[in-house]
Write a protein that binds this ligand. Sequence first.
Ligand SMILES: C[S@@+](CC[C@H](N)C(=O)[O-])C[C@H]1O[C@@H](n2cnc3c(N)ncnc32)[C@H](O)[C@@H]1O
Length: 549
Amino acid sequence: MALTTFSDLVSEAREQVLTDAVAAGVLHDGVALNQGGNGATAYADAVATYLALAVDRSADFWCTLATWSPQPKNELVAHAFTRQALPMTWDFAEANPFSTSGGNFAGNLAFIIKVVQESSGSFRIGHVKQVDVTTTIPAINLPLICTDPPYYDNIGYADLSDFFYVWIRRSLGTVYPDPCRTVLTPKMQELVAIPYRFGGDAEKARQFFEEGLKKAFVHMRGAQHPHYPLTVFYAFKQTESEEDHTEKGNNASVVASTGWETMLAGLLTTGFAVTGTWPMRSERSARSVAIGTNALALSVVLVCRPRPENASLSTRREFMAALKRELPDALKKLQHGNIAPVDLAQAAIGPGMAVFSHYAKVLEADGTPMRVRTALALINQVLDEVLAEQEGEFDADTRWALAWFEQFGFDEGPFGVAETLSKAKNTSVSGLVEAGILAAKAGKVQLLRRDELAADWDPTRDRRVIVWEVTQHMIRTLEQEGETGAAALVQKVGGLGEVGRDLAYRLYGICERKKWAQEALAYNSLVIAWPEIVRLSVQSSSQVQEGLF
Ligand SMILES: C[S@@+](CC[C@H](N)C(=O)[O-])C[C@H]1O[C@@H](n2cnc3c(N)ncnc32)[C@H](O)[C@@H]1O
C-alpha cells in the first residue's frame, strides 16, 4: 500500500515541481529530460527521478524480505538486499515509512540527496543507452571501451532488477517511455549461464554464455579506437562459483574458476592480449557482505590490446619459466601496494595472463594448445611457489611455526613430529618454548593461540624476537586496542613489522586452502589495516622528535 501510494505520488510531485519551476521563470519549452531538454519540463523530470529512486530504496525496507536485526547487533529493520540474491526469510519486520527510525522515507530520501550533493554538476554530455552488447555497440566517435562483464552463472541481474523495476516503471513510465516499455526487465539476451532459462539444460546455458561473451568481445574489438586499450573490470573471486576443481595430470592441482576461464577465453580467442593489470579498490569496505567476511575488495582491471600478428608459439616449459621469472616481481609490487591477502590470487591472474596471452599459443607436450583453465591453474601454482619462496626471508623459528601451523593449526600435535621438524628447520622445540610461541607437555606440543601469548610482551626486552610472534602480537593488539595500539607496537618492532605483514599473506594462503575462514580473516584484517597503522606509528614517532628538539 505504502509503495503504491508513494510511487503514484512521484507523478503528482512532478506536476507540482513543473508548476513551481514555470512560476519561478524557468523556460517552459516542453522538452523532456529524456530528449535532452534543460528547461522546466526536464527539471521536473529530474526531480521526479530522484524521488522515484528514494521510493525504490524504500522498497528494500518495505517488503516481507526485510528482517529484524536484533540485539546485541543493532535493533533495527534490516533491508532485503544484503546479498545479490533474494533470500528466503521466515519472518519479517515492518518499517514505518513516517517514523524516524530505520527504513523511513525521509531517511531514504536523505541518502539520495547526499549523492546529489556529492556529485559533480559539471557533466553535461552523459548518455545512457540500453542495448544488447552481443548484437550492437552504440556508435560513438571515439570509442574508449571499458567493460564490467557478467560472472558466468553468479548473479541473475535481470531477475533481481525486477524487484525495483516494477516501482520505477509505475512512477517514471511516462518520463522514460522507451526503457520502461516492457512489463518486466528483458531476460532473453542477458548473458548469464542460468540453466532454468534453458529448460534446466546446463550445457545449453554454458554455450549461450560463452558464445555471447565472445560475440561481445568481437564487437568491442571492431569498435574500439586503435589508440586506446580495452579495459575490463573483473571482481569475481576465483573460488566463488564452484567447489575446488583440480586438474589431474599436468602436475597442476590448483583451483581454477569457470567464471574467470570463460571471460579470459572469450578475450583471448577474439585476439586480445593482456598488456597490463591494475588491481583497484572498487568495493566499499563497509559493504554488508564485506563486514566480518573474507569478501573481495577489489576489481582487477585488465588492460587489453590486440595481440600482434607476429606473436610466437611457446611450449608449456617456456610458459612456466616465464611465469617464474615474471611473477615474483609482480607479486612484490602487489604486496607493496598492500593488496589484501584475500585479493592476491585474483590480482596475480593479471600478470600471469599477460605472460600467457603474449604468445599466439602455448603448446602442451602432445601439440594441443593449452586451455585457459590450465594456464590459470599453473598461475595459481606458481603463485603458491613464489609465496613459499618468500619464506626464505623469515627466521628459522618462524619457518618452523609455518610448517607446523600448516599441518596442525593451533591444535595439539605429537612431540616427535615437532622435534623432527625442528631439526629440518634448524631450531629446537625447547628454543621455541623459550621464545614464547609454543607449549610442550606430556608428549604433545601446541602453538600458542593469540590469546595465550604473553600479555605484557615487550619486543625491546625479548631476547628472541621472531617474526611469527610479531605478526600474532600485532593482530592481537589490533583486535584489542585498534590501530593506535597496533601502531605503538609497530614503532617498537621497527622494520620487523613489515616482515610480519608479509607473513600474514602466507598465513592467509594456508588458512584459505584449509578453509579456516575465521583465522584467515585475522590475517586479512592486519594487511587491510596496515597503511593506517604505519601512518599512525610514523605520526607518533615524529611527535617524539618534536619533543626532543
Ligand atoms: C558485473 S555487472 C556490471 C555492474 C556495473 N559495473 C555496476 O556497477 O552497476 C554485469 C552487467 O552486464 C549486463 N549484461 C548482461 N548481458 C548483457 C547483454 N547481452 N548486453 C548488455 N549488457 C548485459 C548485466 O545486466 C549486468 O548489469
